[in-house]
Design a protein around this ligand. Structure first.
Ligand code: ATP
Length: 198
């Protein structure tokens, strides 16, 4: 049974691709079909907890000194500074998901994916790197418009970033184990599902 083989060897699944290509949509479909087989890592943050947030559940709440130390020690797979706070994914948080017997889905940017590749401890967990492409640029733009979440400014940033993703993929196709072109959603989902359950 595919679900048994998934359980016996949980792996990180790194999803890359431009904003609006359908990463969240594909992850949502997978979580709906196999809710118990997939998990997400808990991020670290230096921001203060909001009411009701629990350490180790919503985030690992850490100080700036701690997160800087983790970065130096190679314990963080990716970090981003949003306004004055750091956010990031640690190797340990991914390992906690794998140890619970679940695949760990990670959706990161180019810099994050590159850092992951250079982290020997993370690579030892045999991550699957998947690149999701749009059928073309116009379709990507119309999906982002259709989602109705973007201001003209954020739209321009996402479309500019999509060119950087395209360039990155073209220059490094071997960086990825698989590439899926998300044209027809059902076809793309089937491909995605087959890769992960293989
Ligand atoms: N194959 C498809 N055909 C048509 N529309 C699609 C397809 N896949 C996704 N969409 C739609 O495109 C929009 C963008 O998809 P989604 O939000 O999943 O992208 P994303 O890659 O997760 O973006 P972000 O990185 O910004 O979170 C959504 O409105 C979604 O319903």
């Amino acid at each position: 049974m595919p679900s048994d083989s998934v359980r016996s060897s949980p792996r990180p699944i790194v999803l890359n691709g431009p904003s609006g290509v359908g990463k969240s949509t594909l992850i949502g479909m997978l979580m709906k079909e196999f809710p118990e087989l997939f998990g997400f890592s808990v991020s670290h943050t230096t921001r203060t907890p909001r009411v009701g947030e629990k350490d180790g559940v919503d985030y690992f709440f850490v100080s700036q000194e701690e997160i800087e130390k983790y970065i130096e020690e190679g314990k963080m797979l990716e970090t981003a500074k949003v306004h004055t706070n750091f956010y990031g994914t640690s190797v340990m948080a991914v390992e906690m998901v794998l140890e619970s017997g679940k695949h760990c889905i990670i959706d990161v940017d180019i810099q994050g994916a590159t850092t992951m590749k250079s982290n020997a401890r993370f690579m030892a967990s045999k991550p699957i790197f998947i690149f999701i492409s749009p059928p073309d640029f116009d379709e990507l733009r119309s999906r982002l418009m259709g989602r109705g979440t973007e201001t003209p400014e954020s739209m321009a940033i996402r479309l500019k970033d999509s060119l950087a993703w395209d360039k990155f993929y073209r220059s490094n196709p071997e960086f990825y184990d698989h590439r899926i072109i998300n044209d027809d959603l059902e076809t793309a989902y089937k491909e995605f599902r087959d890769i992960i359950l293989e």
